[in-house]
Write a protein that binds this ligand. Structure first.
Ligand code: 5AD
Ligand code: SF4
Length: 443
């Protein structure tokens, strides 16, 4: 067995972070150990994202940097993930790149490496799978805190939002065997982890059918209960929920189990029904608001966060105002906000003009960000004087005498350490806040 060092750089979403851990596990069996930087690595991997153009731009810059490294010494470079799937040939033509491997081909990495060694030719595999969930692979955790980590529960996406590249680069939706998910959560708990974050592009459509007994199935509401039962002090989070699919069952599970975290990430994308239709989101603002009302009814303390896209095709000032209005109505705890970025091959790119001028997109995005910051600050202000259970994740970046952690509703809390450690639960009384952080003391 070789004894080589691998460095993997990860861009994009939490799913990619998880996939990188899967890759490290597969390569670990081949004698690769993770190292701290590209300068030490025999194998440099970059796990890429295609969601917006700027995510891809950064990777091209990194490939040029890897090429410099390659000129100095012998090192293998592989590109993984969504860009590998989307623009395989272009990537393969880059002089730094030896291997291109799509999101469903990581089990073949050892073979691709062997072939590269034997044949001296660049290797590529970007086949998508209808089955692969990497269910049996135990990821090598790369998180630094040893307290919180991710578990992928499904792969791919069947939604076909018109702006989105994901279904093209990650293939069709498939759900992972719940027994392997529970087993992974149990292992993490035994290793000291106290929070698992269940990941899927649309967790509400999780549905596993037992291949040995087709009448037996597990849906998402049932899955979170199974994971919550692993241990009462193992927190369970999940993302991302889809407004068209989020069931009341999920809310009832959340209300029933204190260790299912009271946070729902429910991307709305726009507050204009015309835009939602054009995005193929399959809900109206009225239906979205109904889901929000139900969340408040069943889990009153739940926080709701969202994603918003500014400047989608043909978006008018009126559509934009409708988004701002919806934000004022819902008062999201926080949001990820983006300018629309046309992705080649998507339905929007093929059929709709990307006709909102860049400066208008930027201005609208800035208005959205400004409004959200004010709302986030107000929301956090409402927490002052309240006491929350916080799971400690680590030492505050700004102050080594302070710790940080999260409330069940996913708000970051910073407080003096007083001898406590990551992995412990403490009760924090909130004394002050910024728009992003609660500041308080242990009580
Ligand atoms: N342009 C801008 N934002 C996008 N998103 C997805 N596709 C695009 C795109 N083409 C955003 C959506 C999604 C989040 C993960 O990224 O808001 O919810
Ligand atoms: Fe994740 Fe989507 Fe980016 Fe792929 S394109 S890494 S699925 S955010």
């Amino acid at each position: 067995m070789v004894n080589k060092r691998v460095f993997i750089e990860t861009y994009g979403c939490q799913m990619n972070v998880y996939d990188s851990e899967v890759v490290l596990s597969i390569l670990g069996k081949e004698g690769f150990t993770p190292c701290g930087g590209i300068e030490e690595a025999d194998l440099i991997l970059v796990n890429t994202c295609s969601i917006r153009e700027n995510a891809e731009q950064r990777v091209w810059g990194r490939l040029d940097r890897f090429l410099q490294e390659k000129k100095k010494r012998k090192v293998t470079v592989g590109v993984l993930g969504c860009m590998a799937e989307r623009i395989r040939q272009e990537l393969l033509s880059h002089p730094a790149v030896d291997i291109v491997a799509g999101p469903d081909t990581y089990r073949r990495l050892p073979e691709l490496l062997r072939r590269l060694g034997a044949e001296g030719q660049k290797q590529i595999d970007t086949a998508l799978s209808l089955k692969e969930t990497y269910a049996d692979i135990e990821p090598v955790r790369t998180d630094k805190n040893g307290v919180t980590s991710f578990i992928s529960i499904m792969r791919g996406c069947n939604n076909m939002c018109t702006y989105c590249i994901v279904p093209y680069v990650r293939g069709g939706e498939r759900s992972r065997d719940p027994r392997s998910i529970v087993k992974e959560a149990e292992k993490m708990y035994a290793d000291g982890y106290r929070e698992v974050n269940l990941l899927g592009q649309n967790v509400d459509s999780y549905l596993w059918k037992n291949p040995e007994n087709p009448t037996e199935s597990v849906n998402f509401a049932q899955l979170i209960e199974l994971v919550a039962l692993v241990a009462p002090d193992l927190r369970v989070r999940f993302s991302t929920s889809h407004p068209k699919d989020m069931s009341n069952g999920v809310l009832y599970s959340m209300a029933m189990y204190p260790n299912i975290c009271t946070h729902i990430h429910l991307p709305v994308q726009s507050g204009s029904d015309r835009m939602l239709e054009k995005m193929n989101r399959k809900y109206t603002t009225a239906a979205y608001l109904e889901r929000i009302a139900k969340i408040h009814e069943v889990v009153p303390e739940a926080a709701v966060t969202t994603d918003i896209i500014a400047g989608f095709c043909s978006e008018t000032e009126e559509d934009h105002q409708a988004t701002l209005e919806l934000m004022r109505q819902v008062r999201f705890d926080s949001a990820f906000m983006f300018q629309y970025s046309q992705r080649p091959g998507t339905k929007a790119a093929r059929h709709f003009a990307d006709d909102v001028p860049p400066e208008v997109k930027t201005r609208r995005l800035n208005e959205i960000i400004e409004l959200q910051s004010a709302i986030s600050l107000e929301r956090n202000h409402e927490c002052i004087g309240q006491t929350y259970e916080v799971l400690i994740e680590g030492t505050s970046k700004r102050d080594s005498g302070s710790l940080f952690g999260r409330t069940s509703s996913n708000k970051v809390c910073v407080f003096p350490a007083l001898g406590h450690r990551p992995g412990e639960y403490v009760n924090i009384k909130v004394e002050s806040c910024t728009s992003a952080t609660l500041l308080g003391n242990i009580v």
